[in-house]
Write a protein that binds this ligand. Sequence first.
Ligand code: GLN
Length: 588
Amino acid sequence: MIDKNELLAKVSDTSTESEYFSPIPKGYVKGKTKYVIVMGTVMSGLGKGIFSSCLAKLMQDKGLKVTPIKLEGYLNIDSGTLNPFRHGEVFVLDDGMETDMDLGTYERMLDQNLSKDNFSTSGQIYRSILDKERHGDYLGRDVQMIPHVTGEVKYRLRTLAHKTQSDIVFVEIGGTVGDLENAFYIEAMRELAYEEGPNSCCFVALTYILEPKILGEQKSKAAQLGIKQLMQSGIQPDIIACRAANEVNEKARQKISVFSNVPISRVVSLADSASIYQIPAMLRECGMDFEVLRLLHIEDRIDLRKERQQWATWCDFTDKMGKEKYDITIGITGKYTSVRDSYASIINALEHSGIALGCRVKISWIDTSEITDKNVGEHLKDVDGIIVPGGFGTRGTEGKISCIKHARLNNIPFLGICLGFQMAVIEFARNVCGLKKANSTEIEPECTQAVIDILPEQKKIEKLGGNMRLGGHDIEIKTDSIAFKLFGHHETIRMRFRHRYEVDPKYIETLENGGLIFSGKAPNQPIMQILELSGHPYFMATQSHPCLTSRPMRPQPMFTGLVAAARSAKYPDQKIPQFLQAVEIACK
Ligand code: GLN
């Protein structure tokens, strides 16, 4: 911290000359980067992230450089301490930032790795302001919501714009217009549009059209009121996207148009869609992409030839959807089984691999709290493959171990992820290596055969939040393994992690002597990252979260392997390529 005397000297240097305070990063050129700002009214959960990522994708296809940023209203510094049951999964970026699941949607849609610069919370904004205040950076001024807090928001957006040299920054504001915690973001956007000048910002309001069953007609009043609230904040929307269960009719759109000063051509209907991957086509059909280009005066920056190629590739991908020839069922043992959002990346990864292999993947959620070695066969009788995903805490872990044992002994394709990897090690230690008391100290702190234990370097910093091994790490792959073949003969790959426990190195030899193959390890550290069994159709697990890096047109090989193995098991008579060959074709 700065010395008190230094601080006082600094603040006595107060500038009283100007009321303007809008810090601008060095080198920032006004007008180079445009901003599309997406906000929600009426209710949250309208799919702002989906909408924004699909629109960004259309712009990227046209050869424009795009980057998203999600602005969250909550005071948490990151999403790491949020319960996935309430907020959806925690999405981990390569740089280790723990973010909202929308960042996953952006990464998948744009096939682009994002960083901590693409994610901001009110907590982060306030923290950096308070740090600056203690440092004397406000030169004796009282630090206020306007201009200092809003200034910090604009500074972050402009820094992102400048760093990435983007044509368009897509700004998504979490929650809804009218939330107290979001108010300063909205005010910052108003200021940004004013300072950047005409045609620099395009405001999109997502709203919802109600259709109560008893009335049988679409009602736009709630939408109108939400938009009114936005206009009262000094923001005139340029585009209104009306989300609804069904196509929004002309009458409702007209009412909104008249009410909001937005021409009807820019009040568009966005009905629910079966797959997010159909949404870019919906946006193109209503001409949204060119409306945005015109509003931002950047029609001259686009590359139509590139767009044609990109669009053809995308359509090749979406055309495969709905035409799958095979049906398989994958069981997922999940604690948060009632909320699909808590496993969003896994569901997406299965979809990507399924599309590549012509499989419709049905998911069967398995609550393991009641599962034992005796009844496990009954619970798993209808699945063609099993995933034991990541998780924390002790609930249902013995049931998970029973599922893994059943998969191992009955040749059922199995993929273990993070906690699932740890459970697979425990199962193998107990039932193959004779370490009957094997467990994890996360589950049984006094365990005498702790094959899974807290990371040595983490033992020193035992505090909740910020003490996990997070983000992308390299993995060295054993060359004579299934993993090596799955990953296209690469000796080093990279995956993302989020864990505190790991295989205790002192048990590695015993486990390997029992036949467990650790085919992926951290370079220079005895951290086991991938395991496999030979002589089983597909038994693989990883300490990482492979689902986080699966992309629509680049499915993640560990998932593709699982789906291919499940397909081979279910359709033994069909002449389909065996799983390794299938993965090679799908992941090329
Ligand atoms: N709870 C385990 C650990 O902390 C697994 C974490 C996870 O599955 N993400 O290591």
